[in-house]
Ligand binder design. Sequence first.
Ligand SMILES: Nc1nc2c(ncn2[C@@H]2O[C@H](COP(=O)(O)OP(=O)(O)OP(=O)(O)O)[C@@H](O)[C@H]2O)c(=O)[nH]1
Ligand SMILES: [Mg+2]
Length: 471
Amino acid sequence: MNGKNDQNLIQSIVLSIFEENGPTFVNKWPSSLSEQDALLIAIKTISLLMGDKVYQSGTDIEGMNYYGILPFPDLELNGLTYFFLIPDKMARGNAKAATITILIREENNTFFYDNMNYLRILMDETASKIQKIPNGTKYQKEMEHFRLELLEYTKNLKEIFSSSRKIKILISGLDQAGKTSFLLGVKKKYSEIIKSTPTKGISRTSEKIFADQQSIISIWDLGGQKRYREKFLEQYKVYLYNIDLLFYFIDIQDENRIEEALLLYKTLIQKLKELNEFPSIVVVLNKFDPDLKESIPTRKRAEYIKKEIKNYSDTFFVKVFETSIFDQWSLISAYSFGLSHLSPNRTLFKNQLKQLAEETNSSAFLLLNENGIILSDYAMDQISGKVFEISAPHFQTLYKTFKEFKMLKQDFIVSSGVADEGKKIVFKRIKVGKYDLYLLFLLEKGVEIQQFDDSLRKFSQNIKSLITMYI
Ligand SMILES: Nc1nc2c(ncn2[C@@H]2O[C@H](COP(=O)(O)OP(=O)(O)OP(=O)(O)O)[C@@H](O)[C@H]2O)c(=O)[nH]1
Ligand SMILES: [Mg+2]
């Protein structure tokens, strides 16, 4: 544990650029950081950007800034890396890939999460300055300024940091909205759904996306009955403090209580603002059972709710899902979306999938963990996304069944003739470090999966270190 005012919190700062001869560091601090280590940092961070064809096709430079948290186990450090482009007429795609990396010791990992907003702004400002300076300079002044700002900021921090991030997810909504059933449904605990009773007070569980993940994810399922709701609103500070993600449930079938449900939502937003807590929000329009999908009154109600939610939500990031306990995929989609939004590396994952899609000439990709949680997805168009929606659960079951009966000789199944124009759907297991992950993707006519062994291997390699920092 490190006390407050830890002068040694920031271990290193490295600015790296993809120069003609490959990734290299152009500025490093402290001077005691060896050239070899600085080069390692440059190669590792830049290689995640390279091959990303986004910038090679001349997309605007402003639009592609993103960040991620990367482990550097050899150095026993973790890095927050900011990826950006420096305009350069002479370079391929008229730009050079660049990264700024802040390194801290692994045991101080939570520093990144707790101060992400500040760090992003500071990195963004510095990157903007660097983008405007003529090429070939060492960016000494900008990096020095960056370092001083950062050190000044960390000097005043009062928190004590640790290696494991604590994530708090709150599940709220009126009673009977289906909150508890949803959580059980995601875990396929169907027999318990039938027996489930209204939640008394609060039910706390935890989530593990990976068996040995560092982060501790707690899920607070709040009883929605009036007496529990009142208590919750009375003690809102306890419940809303340090919240990372809110799932807000509305029963789409309960037409008489829509206004009441919206009012509670509005109240929650007000309380959150008061506490200066800005979690991502997933609004779940639940009990949207498959036979109601086309019902006009239900659709109208859904549109009305979406409009109101948008009006109330202010600056919060909000995404609305329509779910039903009778549609497992709808539950998984909403749940996974929420969880993946907690991942600092979500943009990096998406970019890796995008890159893979380009290399394999595929229009869509899904990356799943062993429990079927969607870690990341990429779809070029809506139709491809829709195909997955329908086929993913089916493939997962098929794959498991085949494996169970030892009928699977390879680690993938291909189905042809399902989609139009001779496209094939592939469900494939990939080894990423010690984890088994699954890819679902669409292959164009005449293309065989074996052609992409190299791309898939590279993909596994690239996400191997990202995955340990997934959440
Ligand atoms: N038709 C339909 N019924 C559902 C769905 N989800 C849950 N239910 C039913 O709705 C009732 C309430 O579900 P719960 O999961 O206990 O609701 P809750 O939001 O946890 O309620 P509290 O714990 O009291 O806040 C149960 O009878 C469920 O079987 C759904 O998607 N469709
Ligand atoms: Mg409940």
